[in-house]
Design a protein around this ligand. Sequence first.
Ligand SMILES: C[S@@+](CC[C@H](N)C(=O)[O-])C[C@H]1O[C@@H](n2cnc3c(N)ncnc32)[C@H](O)[C@@H]1O
Length: 495
Amino acid sequence: MSLFEKEQRNERKELVLESPVSPSNLMRQNLFEQFRSKIIDNPSLDRKLVSFQANKQSPFYSWFKYREGFSCQLVQYLLQTLMPRSGILLDPFAGGGSALFAARDLGWTTEGIEALPVGIYAMKARIAAEKLNVESFRNSIKQILSEDFSKYYESKHALKHISITNGAFHEDEEKQLVGYISYCNQYIKDENIKLVFLYAGFCILEDISYTRKDGQYLRWDVRSGRSQGKTSFNKGIILSFRQAIESKLSQILNDLAEKPEQMSLFKEEKEENISKKQINILSGSCLEILPTLPESSIDFVLTSPPYANRYDYTRTYALELVYLGYNSEEVKKLRQTMLSCTVENRDKRQYLEEYYRKLNCVEGFHEIEKTFNEQAALQEVLSILDDYRDKGKLNNSNIARLVRNYFYEMCYVIYELARLIKPGGIITMVNDNVRYAGEEIPVDIILSDFAESFGLKVKFIWTLGRGKGNSSQQMGNHGRTELRKCVYVWEKERT
Ligand SMILES: C[S@@+](CC[C@H](N)C(=O)[O-])C[C@H]1O[C@@H](n2cnc3c(N)ncnc32)[C@H](O)[C@@H]1O
């Protein structure tokens, strides 16, 4: 079952199980009334178009499934509809780079910020793949596949497992994998081919492992020998390293050779575009990087932050992080660097205050705090969640903290985006509303209200329906309705 299907099933389950328990939703009702006319169903957008699923046929996206990615078609739709002339585009939560690459192909200069090394690696590998000479790549594949990888095993390339990845691979297969990495590092001289080869190894980790990605953690196959939950899990066929790498390299080669136009390859005018239009990748947290970027320098922001739904990127991509050399301490540190959206995230308030002071932006810090503290619908939700926590009604007592930290940090992000965007510029954001203990948290309108506090105008909150219900029913029948999934469109008006 795909994550998407699972999400649908969980949501259906929730619809049946939860009863409306809200003591008060007055502030949320008021906020909803304030934005009612902006909340519009957009039939050109649906959930599939917005998610990575629409990329399935595209080369590159099918090499490694970055499940949080959105589709190239969405990027094209938003740019062509909202700003057909090109300029500078920023994605502060760049992920695998769908916004950056699709916009670049439409002639935009793009900048992306990403905290998770997995996304950074995927983007760098894609840039390397675009530069490959297909014939040398083909010859190098022939050569590498004739080798017995275990012969090249070097302990310095051995995976340094962390507790949540220990035993993820059969011993012999891991030896092959490490031998392959060692071979690439020692014998492949062309840096682009080396990166794409190593990326191919990265792309098959889940296929050759006893694990499956499952949002908040890795699920373990019964054959791993790890203890199982209530029901034991069998993921089906587990490929050997050789089967998997052969198939991945041949997929990559076929895509490069047969779908060059979709990779933006080898077409003269496109090549020219590629060298002119840059993709600038900044590695780190946007909470730190955004305040350092110049004011009024961006024409279009197209982004999708993590959702406030407990999804843990550092656990979901633990195998890939270990492959990239991250140890246990580094993974834990990374988890705290990411935008808060799990129950484990601690608050960053003191850190952010000091950081803004260091940058001489203390006024900005105060404005952000004030906006956060005065958002009435948010404060309503937070006090209800605190109360539920104190009464033991939350299935994890840190959910209240998660929601508070999520909005607190998003308040910084939105303040900075409002500062960076040029007059006449547009900010678009894909995000989902969430619900905890029966309380709907209308992320869309709370974040849109932050945006207005920072001088932006809310043009639309486009909802992506499944054809059930409408927005007013959703507010009226609290707790039993579909949660809105939206694309927000905010504008900085010219003065
Ligand atoms: C919903 S995904 C965006 C995916 C992206 N639109 C794509 O097409 O691949 C959110 C991304 O934000 C990243 N992220 C989380 N916290 C971050 C932070 N503090 N700064 C920058 N990126 C962060 C996550 O690693 C994840 O890749």
